[in-house]
Design a binder for this molecule. Sequence first.
Ligand code: NAP
Length: 291
Amino acid sequence: MKALPTVAVLGTGQMGRPMALRLVSAGLAVRVWDRSHAKAEALVEAGATAAASPSQATADADVVLTMLADGPAVNAVMADPNGPLGSAGPETVWLQMSTVGIDWTDRLAGLAGACDVAFVDAPVSGSVGPAETGTLLVLASGPAHTRATLAPVLDAIGRRTIWLGPAGAGSRAKLVLNNWLVDLVESTAETLRFAGALGLDPATIIDLLDAPIGSPYAVDKARHMLKGDFTPNFALKHAVKDADLALAAAESVGIELGLTRSLIESWHRALAGGRGDEDLSTVYDDAGVRP
Ligand code: NAP
């Protein structure tokens, strides 16, 4: 085993891009691939190597890091019979960091198992800012023998890695956290609308939302809501995906997520209205969203 692993990063979107840059800065050899080739090419100047295909990126890589949109996207890239798992070596570890939910994690773990590749389910908590500063929280789960290989990768990406058990535990924790997060954003939007309707200046409410009762995340989202600045950090389409995954997971274990259930229709309407690529704080703007 080399001192520092070679990492293939598949998916250089909002999150994959800064994560790849952190790995480069930490001195790791990084190969990047994105289906929009220009996004991978844009990282070459920083020191990454752009690959023309996923399997070119993963050939002889120690770690294959996927940071793609959702389960179907990860599957499309990884399940290709001539694809990345075929070119992976016996020591390769697949570090699956996209948020894909429980069922897709099981399917992807099965795919890895069929190719004798070690699979680590490790979604992250935190957004583009923490990805840029290497301060993500990594919710890792999977075989313990992979930890030494992954340590330099996870140290470069996150401020903390929590190992939660067998693969699947990380995705379960991520669903729980993001369920809380979508409820928080909906509650923040509703609070600002409520304040405005009562004749208060919502900006004043943001000050009052500050510590000790406010969360920094909610305060940041509230500021963007009032500015009407919905530049994506965490795109609404991904937040809706995560809310849907949480609702399905809850249903499978006989739990009702009442708060999430109450927001999901209006969030889907915002998605159908073409706002999926905006930040999830766009749900503050309820034009055409609420009856
Ligand atoms: P993003 O900017 O939309 O990037 C998604 C990536 O997936 C892009 O590389 C995209 O390619 C690729 N992709 C989408 N569909 C594909 C397909 N069918 N085949 C191949 N590639 C496909 O999303 P992101 O914000 O980086 O999020 C990535 C993952 O991390 C998601 O699962 C998200 O839920 C999760 N996450 C996001 C945040 C956040 O705050 N943004 C935080 C934690 C976790 P193109 O470049 O061609 O579009």
